[in-house]
Design a protein around this ligand. Sequence first.
Ligand code: IDP
Ligand code: MG
Length: 152
Amino acid sequence: MEKTLVLLKPSCVERNLIGEVIGRIERRGLIICGMKMMQLDEKILREHYSHLVDKPFFPELCASMMASPVVALCLKGVDVVSVFRQMVGATNARKAAPGTIRGDLSMSGSLNIIHASDSVENAVIEISRFFNPNEIFDYTPANLKFIYEAGE
Ligand code: IDP
Ligand code: MG
């Protein structure tokens, strides 16, 4: 089954929204197969946001991502990368659709509370960036047959 990498940003942790976001993940039927709290540093952020290092807002982005620990999650599900990006909503939270995590819980273009991998290829890279192999638990939940039809 496909996996994706999620970060609950300091703007989520500091606003006491960890439980709200994890609740949405659980209620949707996504499987949490890795979860830990981490303090990020500039080294890992320069890798993670390598597509943004030349942007003028990169120093502020780095500072905002180091303002408190983050919660890293590895989620598993059928088509989970695209399903979860839909749940996250647009980058600028003021343009994110109601019903999405950003659209319901945040108001900023930068402090948008959550990161999610944007492609299956990047998800593989990002999971290995934030998790050691022994921190991923590839178990099968007992209720899986009530989440997916056989053969799905
Ligand atoms: P994404 O998080 O929706 O995948 P990216 O373009 O990958 O969006 O940007 C990564 C993060 O960088 C965003 O979530 C946001 O926190 C920040 N960011 C992106 N664009 C801007 C901007 O124009 N101004 C300030 N921060 C930005
Ligand atoms: Mg991105």
